[in-house]
Design a protein around this ligand. Sequence first.
Ligand code: UT7
Length: 397
Amino acid sequence: MAARRYAAVVGWGKYVPQRVMTNDELATMVDTSDEWIRQRTGILERRIADLKEFTSTMAIRAARAALRVAALDPDRLDLIIVCTVTGDYPFPATASLVQDALGASHAGAFDLAAGCSGFIYGLSLASQMIAAGAYDNILVIGAETLSRIIDWSDRQTCVLFGDGAGAFVLQASDQPGGVISFTLGSDGSGADLLIMPGGGSRHPFNETTLANGMTKIRMNGREVFRFATRIMGRAAKEVIDRAGLDIDHVELFVPHQANLRIISTAAKFLGLPMDRVYVNLDRYGNTSAASVPIAVCEAVEEGRIKPGDHIVLVAFGAGLSWAAALIQWAVPPERRWPWWRRLLQWLRYRYARVKSFRQRVVRKLGSLWNRLLGRNGNMGNGAVRGQSGGGDTGWQT
Ligand code: UT7
C-alpha cells in the first residue's frame, strides 16, 4: 500500500507596500474619524500600493520570500495558485505573470477568485492535490490591490481595506501534519451584499458602468457583519471536529482580518481567550485573500507559531463564501540557503526576466517574419498562380 502523503507548509512569505494610510488621513477625505474607525473595526492604518505596484508584483515578492524560507528552487514548483479578486488583468491569470517572473518553468498556474476566503480555498485545493500524489510542490499566494477598486468617497467601505500579499509553499511529506482538515462554503443568495457589479459579462466595462461607480466595491456592511459573526466560529469548530481535536489543542486561531468585533465574537463562540487569537488588522486593515497568509507570516516571525502547533485559519467574504482549515505547523528541515545560494537565486530571477524578454522579442520577430513571409507568399502565390494556374501551395515548390 502506498504511504500516506501529507501537505506540509514549508515556506511562508509576505509583502506589504511601504505607503501607510492612517485613519486621520482618511478623515481628511471622507466624513469619518479615527475614533469611529478604531471603535467599530479595530483598524488604525492600512498599506496602499504605489502606482508601480500591482497584484503580480506584490505576489512575486511574497512568493520569493516563501521560496527562500522553503529553500526551494522555483524550477521545482509544480503549480502556482494566486488567490485574488484584483488580478492585474481580467485575463491572463496573474499566476502566469508570477510563474514567468519566478522562472518556474515546470509549473502550471491559475487564479482563484473566492473573495476573502480565497487563500484558504487555494490552500485546501493544493493540499488535496499533494495528498493525491499529483504534485509535490505548490505555491499558494493571496494577493490583493484593493485600493484600485475602492470607492474613495464611500466612508462605509474605504476605511476597511488595504493592499498586500502573502504566500505559502506546500510540499509533500511522509510526516503526519500540514493541512489536516478543511471546510469550504458558499451562500450565493448573498452575492449582492459584497460585490463589484461592473466589469464582467453582466455589466461590461463601459461609460455607464464607470459613471455609476459599478467598477468599485459595494457592500452592505451590516449584513456581511451578521453573516460573518454567524459563520466564523461555526466553520472553525467544523475543522477542529473533522481533525478529531478539541479547542484545547488549538495553539493559535488566525482569522481573516476584517473587523476586531467579528474576530472577538468568533473567539467567544469557540471559548478561546484572545491571547490565542492572532490580530494584525490594526496595521493592515482588511487585505482580503492576503489577510490570512500575512497574519500567519507575522505570527511565525513573532514566535507565536512553533513547530508542531495546531493553528486554525478561518475566512469569510464575497460570495458569500467562507472557508476554514486546520494546520499542524511543519518543522521545516534546517535548509537555510547559504549566502552564495541566495545570490545565485537572485541571479536566476534576473535571468528569468531576461529570458522572458527574449521570448517576447523572439515571438514578435517571429510574427513579423511570418507576416513578411505571408505577404511575400501571397505575392508569390499570385505570381505562381499566374504562371501555372495551380493551387495555393504552388509558390512553395
Ligand atoms: O472581508 C469581508 C469584508 N467586509 C466586512 O468585513 C464588513 C463587515 N461589516 C463591518 O465590519 C461593519 O458592518 C462596518 C465596519 C462596515 C460598519 O460598522 P457598523 O457598526 O455595522 O456600522 P453601521 O453600518 O451599522 O453604521 C452605523 C453608523 C451609520 O450612521 P447612522 O445611520 O447610524 O447615522 C453609518 O452611516 O455609522 C455610520 N458610518 C460611519 N461613520 C463614520 C458608517 N461608516 C462610517 C465611517 N465613519 N467610516
